[in-house]
Write a protein that binds this ligand. Structure first.
Ligand code: GLN
Length: 477
């Protein structure tokens, strides 16, 4: 089967009848099934995907108007709901849950004739950075199946990287799109907080969470973003501002001002090849005539602790809805309301989720609130203000996406060590700014290394246009 890596190419072949949407969808499904060992999908929505494909084929046949995404096979992270389909957030506690409604993003994709091909594996309720915290087990990295996919949206990253679909949705609370995109060698985009509706996304840290995309290229990311962004009456944090046509503004030959943090590249946890890749990138940018400055970022050491205080606090509240009464799994050895709560939550939540709920409850508790939660809020404000100030002077902040390439499955055992892997991604969520990971480098062993660019809020058009330029200049694949 021919692997399509761009929607434009697929759509040309569909319009010239080189292939039908149904045939393509069938091929995609059988390809997913022959790559089951990667563990990228939780479920393939075979019936509804083939039904959508048939309708689109009829439209093509009859010359009827087609949606902008016609034929796009797109997977959704298992924490995004689709009406009448299962969604579990990769947690046992949602076993058997079938969603009575669709997320706004899913509705908007379907309106444009996309095909929702299935749900993808992830860390339980998006808590993790390696996909090893999933009820369904780890996802294997297609570049080296002994290594992790990254996380939490590991299944979505692998689904795209292994050509099991053209695009996938993920959620990014502290790096869950950008980091697995970096580990898997594809494009991962986290939009501005408030750009995309979170209605229908299982909440983790509501003031951080944002839905975004995994794609092979920038055109597809831009098109999907412009389609699913914008005002939604079901999410008050979703901005009513007009959504630009990102996909039509992808060319740029401007000279930009780029900042990078000196201490980021010399940080002890940063792999040498990752730091070399950044230095190489910086040199190329300078040679192209961009201004690249090293600046200070003294708060680098504080952002991960502050992030974990704030997100676990929010999670402890958000996850209280899973109690064995309203959704999914219920312990059958419980005898009254309290034991139902206790046993269901003990049996239904995995260890990492339990730890986070407990630490979130702790940092919010009466005696510790000021020392932890209130303090972390102050750190967040300082980081955000500093970020906005930097982005008044510079077009982009440049960083590695992750300190290392994909590590071995089982290699990082304790959660605190894994938290340090988020050091370069959480800033964008703390400040609500957009960030993208671009697959620009490889290690000598051939593992992908992502370069991350961040820009000011609502400036995705600039971020996407420059990313397009970079991928065209540097692309390795
Ligand atoms: N690794 C981070 C965490 O575990 C980020 C997760 C995410 O972005 N959903 O919180």
């Amino acid at each position: 089967m021919e692997h399509y890596r761009s929607l434009k190419t697929l759509q040309q072949d569909l319009l010239t009848k080189k292939i039908s949407v149904s045939t393509f969808t069938h091929q995609t499904i059988s390809n997913i099934s022959s790559n089951k060992h990667l563990n990228a999908f939780v479920e393939v929505f075979e019936e509804s995907a083939l039904a959508s494909a048939k309708i689109i084929d009829e439209k093509i046949q009859n010359g009827q108007p087609l949606g902008k995404l016609f034929g796009l096979t797109i997977a959704i992270k298992d924490n995004i709901v689709y009406k009448n389909h299962r969604a579990t957030g990769a947690s046992k506690i949602l076993e058997g849950f079938i969603s009575p409604y669709s997320a706004t993003v899913v509705e908007r994709l379907l309106e444009e004739d996309a095909i929702i091909i299935g749900s993808t594996n992830c860390d339980e309720f998006a808590m993790g950075g390696s996909n090893e915290n999933s009820y369904y087990g780890a996802v294997l990295n297609p570049h080296d199946t002994t290594r992790v996919s990254g996380g939490s949206s590991g299944g979505s990253a692998v689904a795209v990287a292994a050509n099991l679909c053209l695009a996938a949705l993920g959620s990014d609370t502290g790096g869950s799109i950008r980091q697995p995109a970096s580990f898997c060698g594809i494009v991962g985009l986290k939009p501005t907080y408030g750009r995309v509706s979170r209605y229908g996304l299982m909440a983790y840290g509501s003031s951080f969470d944002q839905i975004g995309t995994f794609t092979h290229n920038i055109e597809d990311a831009a098109l999907i973003l412009e389609i699913f962004s914008g005002k939604d009456d079901y999410d008050a944090t979703c901005s009513p501002r007009k959504v630009p046509e990102f996909s039509k503004q992808l060319s740029t030959d401007k000279k930009y001002k780029i900042a990078y943090y000196k201490n980021a590249l010399t940080h002890q946890g940063v792999d040498e090849e990752v730091s070399n890749a950044c230095h190489q990138f910086i040199e190329k940018m300078k040679m192209e005539g961009h201004v690249v400055d090293a600046i200070e970022f003294d708060e680098l050491e504080y952002i991960v602790p502050a992030y974990y205080v704030l997100t676990t606090a929010e999670a402890s509240s958000n996850l209280s809805r899973y109690d064995g009464v309203k959704y999914g799994y219920r312990a059958d050895d419980a005898s009254d309301l309290e034991s139902t709560y206790k046993k269901t939550r003990t049996q239904g939540f995995g260890k990492e989720v339990q730890r986070r709920i407990m630490s979130g409850t702790f940092v919010l508790s009466a005696g510790y609130y000021d020392a932890y939660y209130a303090k972390a809020q102050k750190v967040r404000r300082i980081v955000a203000e500093k970020t906005y100030k930097t982005l008044e002077d510079y077009d982009f902040i440049l960083c590695p996406t992750a300190p290392t390439p994909a590590y071995k499955i089982g290699e990082v055992q304790d959660s605190v060590a894994s938290f340090l892997g988020d050091i370069f991604t959480v800033q964008a969520n703390m400040a609500g700014i957009p960030g993208i990971s671009l697959p620009l480098f490889r290690t000598t062993e051939g593992l992908p290394i992502g370069i991350q660019l961040m820009t000011a809020r609502w400036k995705e058009e600039k971020l996407l246009a420059f990313s397009q330029h970079l991928l065209q200049k540097f692309e390795l694949q």
